[in-house]
Each structure stands twice: as C-alpha cells, then as structure tokens.
Write a protein that binds this ligand. Structure first.
Ligand code: FES
Ligand code: FE
Length: 439
C-alpha cells in the first residue's frame, strides 16, 4: 500500500490556528464520500484497531467473529491458549470460514468446499486431496493471521505490516486510563455477555466527538438530569474536572471525586444496601494502591477516546463502544459492558441496570446522542455554514471537561494521518499534551 503524502481532496479540512485560538473543521469531513474512502486507506488500514476483550475468548477454542475496520476477522484462542486474529476469509476461494458471531470450536470448516482449519489457523483437512498436484502443500494455505497484541486485556489488531509502533507505543498516554479501568478488579475484568448492535445515520466521527463532549450533558440530556434531581441525586456539575490530550489522537475527560462521587459505580445511586460491600472493596484498594490512586480508581468518572474508533466510558457503568464508519453518512455502533469478573451478583444487577438506563441504546442518554448527531448530519445538507467550531478551552493550560481538547486531539491525528504523516508530534502539539509522553 502506498500512502500519498498529499491531501486527498481539495482545501485543508482542519484549520488549527493556535495564535487566534481558533479550531475549525470543514463539514466536508462528515459528508464527503472521497474523504470517507480515504479514511479507510489512511486510518483504518494503518492504525491499531480494537478487536475485543480477552474475556470474550476465555478458554482454548473460544472465538468471536466480527468486522474490524471494515474487514471480517476471527479472534480465537487456540488449543495452545494463544489468542490470534485471523482473516475471516478462506484461503481457497474466499468464503467466511466462521459464520457464527461467537462460540467454541476445535476447528473451523469452510462451508463452501469443506476445507478445515485448526483453531491455530493451520489447514488440517482438504476433501479429495488427490485432485491437487504434487506441489500443493497444506502449509501454504493456513488462515491469514493479522498482527495483534493486547494491553490489560484489550486486544487490538493492525492491518499495516509496516505499522512502526508497538501496541503500547501506539496507545501512548491512553495506557494510564486503561490501567485505571483494569485495576477495578482484583481478579480481572470481563465483558458481560451480549452486545448491543445499533447505528446512526451520521458520520462516525460525530459520535467520537460526542462521546468525549461533556459540554452537552445538561443541555441535551435534560430528561436524565431532571430524573436524577427528582431522586435527590446530583448529576455532574456543569464545570469542573479536566480534559486531556493523551497523544497520537487519544484523549480523555475525567470528573474528579467531588463532582463524580454521587454517580461513580462504587457508590451506586440506587443501591444503599450494597454500600458496605462496596466500601469494603474500596478499603482493600487503598491497601493495594495507596489512598490517592485508590480514590481515583474508585471515585472518578472518565471517558476515554482511543483513536480512531474506540470509546470507553467509565461512568455509572463501564461501556466499550466500537464505532465503525459505513460510508460518509452512516455508522455502526457495538456496545458491551465491562465489569469485575468476581462481582457480587447484586452489584452486578445494579451495574447492568445503570448501563441499560443511561448508556444503552434505549437508555436515558444514548437516544439523545443518536438523535443529535443525526441532526448535525442533516444540518450539514445546508452548506451555507462551512465549518464546525471546536475551540473551547484552547486558551487554558488545563482545559475542563466542558472544553474540547480531546476532540481537537482526535482531529489533529486525523489530519496528520490523512496527510500520510505517521503521527510524529510537532512541538506546538506537545505543548498541549500536558506531560503525556507519546513514545
Ligand atoms: Fe473455502 Fe473453498 S472457499 S473451501
Ligand atoms: Fe451524551
């Protein structure tokens, strides 16, 4: 694959003027079919992309099949216990070798001509083998395996054999937040079985922006805020917390303990009966991590954006959201909930309830978010206004959660990659990273 070091179409898309504190994005970025096609080649074919969580393939033979970056793949734990990511395409003539979304298998049999592959990817069976000449070797027809790696249980793949970064290097400052999430269990985290598959008639980047946008919370989610107030619980303050750029397009928002305490998982809104059990766990965390880090793990809310298309929202419950483009004007969203593996059953039920009532596609928040990103997409049809503005907080040393620093970090990396730049940081960009070391 050749990456052309030039803009794919037309004028600059991201206008980043640090002197005038102006950050604008040309709305073609959300509507233009050529840009959408270029994104697949320059971003999704190159970056490390989230595939799934190790807990989804817990034992030898477990597998999941899903699309990643527009490509069908299988993540399988082989009989040797190793997790691999294979192309879900038969080396013979191309059919999907795995047609179930998840399961347990010693081997995968292609339904077209019954070639059979072990769960380690080796071709182990070919019907009527004497039809092939003497040069035919099964070893030449194993499943194509993609480069994959995991960090704290989160499995990623890259389709670029020349991707220069290790997964940890690619994740840059985002590892700090993945640590805060994975440290919430003493025995490991797990994806709660079942995924919510939904979508929106809007560009995928609108949902990435929305997921790290706290500015809209009280305006757009009035029903939820009103409901919470009617219960005597206090939703996050309009101000407070901080936003961070974590390098290489990743960003986070973090609500501090004082603002987040009423909403944090550890003191559930509707679960006074479980409070003593939660506080006992929190006390053990103080022993494990010290008071300051324990409080950060157990009492803060955070939204983590991992470039290009992974969101982990750790507020009320934890949701992992994979947001995939389907052309310029549509996206597919896969949401799952993450939880401590050994969670108390009553607390698990509370978590699932919180997940569904707020973060789920039919909860208090997500339908508002879907409706508003679709509204933006429709608004772009009137081309009189060319740019969207994402300049909030550019003048601040430590932007708040209601500022737009994580979204700017996303767009700066988007712009670099769309130029064919591999994402090395310029000095001005480093200044806004607030200490995160991207290498
Ligand atoms: Fe898979 Fe022929 S395409 S066996
Ligand atoms: Fe929202």
């Amino acid at each position: 694959m050749t990456i052309q070091p030039r803009r794919p179409v037309g004028d600059p898309v991201v206008l980043d003027d640090r002197e005038r504190l102006s950050f604008r994005v040309d709305r073609r970025a959300y509507t233009d079919d050529d840009l959408a096609a270029a994104e697949m080649a320059r971003i999704f074919d190159r970056c490390w992309l989230y595939v799934g969580h190790e807990s989804e393939v817990p034992v030898a033979g477990s597998y999941v099949a899903r699309d990643v970056g527009g490509r069908p793949v299988v993540m399988a734990r082989g009989s040797d216990g190793v997790i691999r990511v294979f192309a879900n395409s038969c080396p013979h003539r191309g059919a999907l070798i795995c047609t179930q979304p998840a399961g347990q298998a010693r081997s995968f049999r292609c339904p077209y001509h019954d070639w059979t592959f072990s769960n380690r990817g080796d071709l182990v069976g070919v019907p009527i083998p004497d039809g092939y000449g003497p040069g035919f070797r099964k070893a030449d027809f194993g499943l194509a395996q993609h480069r994959s790696d995991s960090y704290r249980g989160f499995v990623f793949v890259t389709f670029d054999p020349r991707q220069p970064r290790s997964l940890t290097g690619y994740l840059a400052g985002a590892t700090e937040y993945l640590d805060l999430i994975d440290d919430q269990s003493e025995v490991g985290m797990e994806v709660i079985q079942g995924a919510q598959l939904h979508g929106a008639r809007a560009n995928w980047k609108l949902m990435m922006e929305n997921s790290v946008d706290i500015y809209h919370f009280r305006a757009l989610h009035k029903r939820y805020v009103g409901y919470m107030e009617s219960l005597g619980s206090v939703p996050p303050r309009r101000r407070g917390g901080f936003g961070r750029a974590l390098g290489l397009g990743h960003g986070a928002n973090e609500l501090p303990p004082a603002a987040a305490r009423p909403l944090a998982y550890w003191t559930p809104m509707f679960g006074e009966s479980v409070r003593p059990r939660i506080e006992a766990t929190a006390a053990r965390f103080v022993d494990r991590f010290g008071a300051a880090r324990a409080e950060r793990i157990t009492h803060t809310n955070r939204a983590l954006l991992i470039f290009p298309n992974l969101m982990i929202i750790d507020a009320i419950a934890i949701t992992i959201r994979k947001i995939d483009p389907v052309g310029a004007g549509q996206m597919a969203i896969t949401s799952v909930a993450l939880a401590p593996r050994d969670e108390d059953p009553e607390i698990r039920e509370l978590r699932k309830s919180h997940y569904l009532t707020f973060l789920g596609p039919a909860g208090f928040a997500t339908p508002d978010d879907i409706e508003i990103v679709e509204s933006c997409q429709r608004g772009y049809l009137n081309r009189a206004v060319r740019y969207s503005d994402l300049s909030r907080g550019m003048d601040k040393e430590v932007p708040e959660t209601t500022d737009e620093l994580p979204a700017r970090e996303f767009w700066r990396q988007w712009d670099r990659l769309m130029h064919g730049d591999d994402g090395h940081l310029d000095l001005a960009h480093r200044a806004e990273l607030q200490g995160a070391d991207p290498r």
